[in-house]
Design a protein around this ligand. Structure first.
Ligand SMILES: [Zn+2]
Length: 190
């Protein structure tokens, strides 16, 4: 039990609101007294509160507030933009790509192109083909501009070659140039 400082009545602790700073953890005034005091305050200040709100909506304080807000945004625009950029940058992360070996990259690129042409038979010796692409990748790494080419083009007019190791060869890009061939994007496919 605890005696309320306002009404002087003895009341159970549960009738008092919590107050960390007090040794018993409760306020000195009971809940009922707190409520009636709040009610009294509300009644005597209701009019004033309405006036304040009205004044705020229509009057100086609102425009002063808006002006301050604008000024703050102007003064802090750069740093605010920077903060915003950082926030977005942390959200937009680039997908992590698995490192692909140069050999695989070359073969995969060619595979995608060839899938359309449907010129890879089931019996194709993938290991032997890989070896040719591996050699080409080594040449490239050494600075030679080579590509893997088909001896019989896959889309020739009279006969069509297959995408198999027997039909693969490594060519220097400059060989084509020396033959005076025009660059033909379609030729790159076969
Ligand atoms: Zn009381």
């Amino acid at each position: 039990m605890k005696t309320c400082k306002s009404c002087g009545k003895d009341r159970p602790l549960s009738d008092f609101y919590g107050e960390k700073r007090n040794s018993d953890g409760r306020q000195g005034v009971c809940k009922a007294c707190v409520k009636s005091a709040a009610e009294d305050w509300r009644k005597s200040n209701a009019g004033r509160k309405r006036e304040t709100a009205k004044e705020y909506r229509s009057g100086d304080s609102r425009s002063r507030y808006l002006e301050l807000k604008r000024k703050w945004h102007n003064d802090n625009r750069e740093s605010e933009n920077e903060k915003q950029r950082k926030r977005y940058a942390s959200l937009v992360t680039k997908p992590i790509r698995n490192p692909v070996s140069p050999v695989k990259a070359l073969m995969d690129a060619r595979k995608r192109q060839l899938a359309k042409l449907n010129r890879t038979p089931k019996w194709a010796n993938v290991a032997a083909m890989e070896e040719i692409y591996r050699d080409a990748a080594e040449f490239r790494a050494a600075g030679l501009d080579v590509h893997v080419d088909h001896i019989i083009p896959l889309r020739a007019k009279l006969a069509s070659g297959l995408h198999v190791h027997q039909n693969l060869t490594i060519k220097l890009a400059s060989w084509n140039d020396s033959k005076g061939n025009k660059y033909d994007p379609a030729a790159d496919l076969v």
